[in-house]
Design a protein around this ligand. Structure first.
Ligand code: ADP
Ligand code: MG
Length: 700
């Protein structure tokens, strides 16, 4: 039979890469030497031995010890040898030896796969790939794929036993995302029917014992000690009023006064990070201008919506300058940046918060947990002794911070997840083997939603509509709007709107403080604004983009994000393919017709009828119809009047509750389109109910 392929560590002498048969590049050996210094390499045999003897292995290792980049390669090597021994030369079996490694964050999947392709000296997208929502960079040759946990869950709906994989690695399990949690339950079942399948659970924290327990305590647990240097922790004497401002001050101070070493500042989101980067640059510039002796700095933002090429920048050395990385939580455990000596931790994170009483899921800036604070601190001590500046008091750390972050499962709207679970054949959603079960109220809300959308019948079975809905990588409400849009004769338009809703904000916001640019941007935005609402405004922008031949300079002149538009266009094509698979007709109402926009608004409502707010005459405020909660139109809205009824895409809670992406609708439509939901006994006592009652009466 064919000899087992030779691999990296044994193959130092070999000049050919077993994966693609090409000679190794120079770089390969240089990187290999680096890799061998990572702590996981010392445990390679121990890890593989445990995995040979057991089906499941739990691995805990300090961030940066090489788990994400190295372990999948080790496992791949082991699995390939096993397959090569049993089925010599059978190339068709290749597919079967695929190793899949999940990541909760898309950025991590993209960035790590690129790094690993480089390490294996192959082209990204061939032997090593990644799959994230709306983007599949893997192919027939792929033997190692990094994919988001959500994508693996989707794959399982088509391939319930995950037959294309010989091993699955659940990485960043401590993040406890909903998708990872469901995968745990699913894999527990799959492992029973597939004794050949291996599972490695990887985590950065000690919660790992919980994972071990989940698999009946049979899975061995291997701990990889990190190489942590001491990190000195400094607290503030008082709590800080404005954490961003305080963070910027601290970073500049560190840059001025501290010895060499890079800085990592944790902030909560794109806008905050971009602003902070500009302000740090400005302050450092002022110091230099003021004749102070300060060294050069390279300021690098890092957040998930950053284009991949820019994300890669954090890994590039910046010789002769101090690197200042301003990042979201991505840098807490998902990505390891070498050379960090100073960590500035304001103690906040943006995370999903779900209130089942109001049924709203929102991203909120909330205090981090103690476990997170410790992880952040650890980032400072990887290469040398470091310092961690906590911008809160020691008392606050001791008394105010929760010890662990709650699993996402207990703070999410589970509609999409339940749809996927149903599709996976999990019939009993209530008694599923959850690692931590969701709150009963949350369960109830999610089931109710699927029922009202017609995705589930009275017995809790998935309907035909539900099955189609689950095919779309959209939330159930949006999917429903798209599926019923042919009935409203506007599927072309709803498709464009869904695509636009699936990509990051398409408006370019000029930096704060540049008033002239800001005015120009507002003017540009106003040109696309549709008075009846934001969904229609998105449609206008999409149409204008296409009419202008997708011209990047047109985008630039109109303050439109070209990348976001291209990606919307791509998403649109993918959604269109799914529509044609289900024979959903592509159609439009004639543009000149008075019904053109009316039909679109109705179709949106047909999916999002649970997200409707009513303007209360008595107070001039909006209240959600379903729960009678006070909400405000988001400042970004294009609506220049206050319609009596609006349908909204999401509710975001910051200092107040805002409904974002809102469109004017008519009360009567609620009775026509969603009579089963707008039954009077369903609604809380409120003005909206009284108005609807009158509408009902007038019809009779
Ligand atoms: P862990 O998963 O245990 O946190 P990783 O496997 O992500 O560790 O990281 C191991 C090493 O690989 C780190 O030193 C990290 O800096 C390096 N590394 C990871 N991704 C890249 C990249 N894109 N470019 C350069 N180095 C990288
Ligand atoms: Mg990792």
């Amino acid at each position: 039979g064919a000899a087992s392929p030779m691999f990296a560590d044994q193959a130092s002498g070999s000049i050919f890469n077993p994966w693609n048969g090409k000679p190794y590049s120079q770089k390969f050996h240089r990187i290999l030497d680096q890799r061998k210094t990572l702590p996981v390499w010392q445990h390679k045999e121990e890890i593989l031995d445990a995995l040979r003897k057991n089906q499941v292995l739990v691995l805990v290792g300090e961030t940066g010890s090489g788990k994400t980049t190295q372990i999948p390669q080790f496992v791949l090597e082991m699995m390939t040898m096993t397959v090569a021994e049993t089925t010599p030369g059978d190339d068709k079996r290749r597919k079967k030896m695929m190793v899949g490694c999940t990541q909760p964050r898309r950025v991590a999947a993209m960035s790590v796969s690129q790094r690993v392709a480089e390490e294996m000296d192959v082209t990204l997208g061939e032997e090593v790939g990644y799959t994230i929502r709306f983007e599949d960079k893997s192919g027939p040759k792929t033997v190692l794929n990094y994919l988001t946990d959500g994508m693996l869950l989707r794959e399982a709906t088509a391939d319930p036993l995950l037959r294309s994989y010989s091993a699955i690695i659940l990485d960043e399990a401590h993040e406890r995302t909903v998708a990872t949690d469901i995968l745990f339950g699913l894999l527990k079942r799959v492992l029973r029917s597939r004794p050949d399948l291996k599972l490695v659970v990887m985590s950065a924290t000690l919660e790992a014992e919980k994972f071990q327990g989940y698999f009946g305590g049979e899975a061995p647990l291997i701990k990889i000690p990190g190489r942590l240097h001491d990190v000195e922790v400094l607290y503030t004497a008082e709590s800080q009023r404005d954490y961003v401002e305080s963070a910027i001050r601290t970073v500049v101070q560190v840059h001025m006064c501290e010895g060499p070493g890079d800085v990592l500042l944790f902030l909560t989101g794109e806008e905050e990070i971009e602003d902070a980067c500009r302000n740090i640059a400005k302050e450092i510039g002022n110091l230099v201008g003021g004749g102070q002796v300060v060294g050069p700095a390279t300021i690098i933002p890092l957040y998930s919506t950053l284009p991949p090429a820019l994300q890669q920048k954090v890994f590039e050395p910046a010789p002769g300058t101090r690197k200042i990385v301003v990042s979201t939580n991505i840098a807490e455990t998902s990505l390891t940046i070498d050379g960090i000596v100073y960590v500035v931790d304001p103690g906040f994170v943006k995370r999903k918060v779900y209130d089942p009483r109001v049924g709203a899921e929102s991203l909120q800036v909330t205090p981090i947990s103690k476990a997170s604070a410790e992880q952040r601190k650890g980032r400072a001590g990887r290469t040398a002794p470091g310092k961690c500046y906590r911008l809160y008091t020691e008392k606050s750390f001791d008394e105010d911070l929760q010890s662990q972050t709650d699993p996402e499962m207990v703070r999410s709207n589970l509609g999409t997840t339940f749809l996927t679970m149903k599709k996976l054949g999990i019939d009993d959603l209530v008694h599923f083997d959850y690692m931590d079960p969701p709150a009963p109220k949350t369960l109830e809300r999610a089931l109710e939603m699927l029922y009202y959308l017609g995705a589930m019948d009275d017995e809790g079975n998935l309907t035909k509509l539900g099955r189609i809905m689950s095919e779309f990588p959209l939330d159930p409400q949006t999917a429903k709007a798209l599926i019923v849009s042919p009935q409203f004769n506007c599927s072309n338009e709803i498709l464009s709107i869904c695509a636009m809703l699936s990509v990051p904000n398409c408006f370019v916001r000029p930096p704060k403080g540049v008033a002239r640019r800001k005015a120009a941007a507002d003017e540009a935005k106003a040109r696309f604004a549709h008075i009846e609402g934001d969904h229609l405004t998105l449609l206008n922008i999409y149409h204008a983009f296409k009419l202008n031949n997708e011209d990047p300079s047109w985008c630039y002149e109109n303050f439109i994000n070209y990348k976001a538009m291209k990606s919307a266009d791509n998403v649109r094509q993918q959604l269109a393919r799914i529509m044609s698979r289900y024979n959903l007709r592509m159609c439009s109402t004639e543009f000149g017709s008075r019904d053109y926009y009316v039909n679109i608004r109705k179709a949106i409502l047909a999916g999002c009828f649970m997200q409707v707010a009513h303007l209360e005459r008595s107070t001039g405020r909006y209240r959600t119809v379903r729960d009678n909660q006070a909400v405000h139109l988001h400042p970004s809205t294009c609506l220049d009047h206050n319609p009596q009824w609006v349908v909204y895409n999401e509710c975001v809670v910051t200092s107040r509750s805002f409904i974002r992406t809102t469109t004017d609708i008519r009360g009567e439509w609620l009775l026509d389109i969603a009579p089963h939901f707008y039954e009077m006994e369903n609604l809380p006592e409120c003005e909206a109910k009284r108005v609807l009652k009158t509408l009902y009466k007038n019809r009779r």
